[in-house]
Ligand binder design. Sequence first.
Ligand code: CMP
Length: 140
Amino acid sequence: MSLQRTLSILKPDVTRRNLTGKVNAKIEESGLHIVAQKRLFLTKEQAQQFYAVHAERAFFNDLCDSMCAGPIVAQVLEGENAVSHYRDIMGATNPANAAEGTIRRDFAESIEANSVHGSDSLENAQIETAFFFSQLELVG
Ligand code: CMP
């Protein structure tokens, strides 16, 4: 077991439907702590930069548009094995395949508007956290 931090995004489909509190409750009930959080708009350029790893994929443009359709909530989650723990409670990328009780099963609208993003490795968690948060905002 190791104490980790991971980067989470509540996507525009969550803020549009006023579900931030409900998603946060599921995160906290799972034992993860929200140690940093901010609500912001991404520009198209910022969304393209954040998702650059998917730049060649057919869904890239639609994904970036959907991330700019409204405010997002970027957050840092802390807990034991936070990276894999969060991915477990998010559920499968496609909500149609997401397990019962997961965030995406309960809330997601589609594969793009799938409510949440979570880093897929500890290395990417650090890179993605630095995209949104300065050291000053990451309190002990
Ligand atoms: P996320 O965890 O934010 O990481 C990349 C996103 O791309 C993913 O969630 C989905 O929203 C989106 N995505 C992944 N695969 C597909 C796909 N086959 N079609 C459309 N969108 C996808």
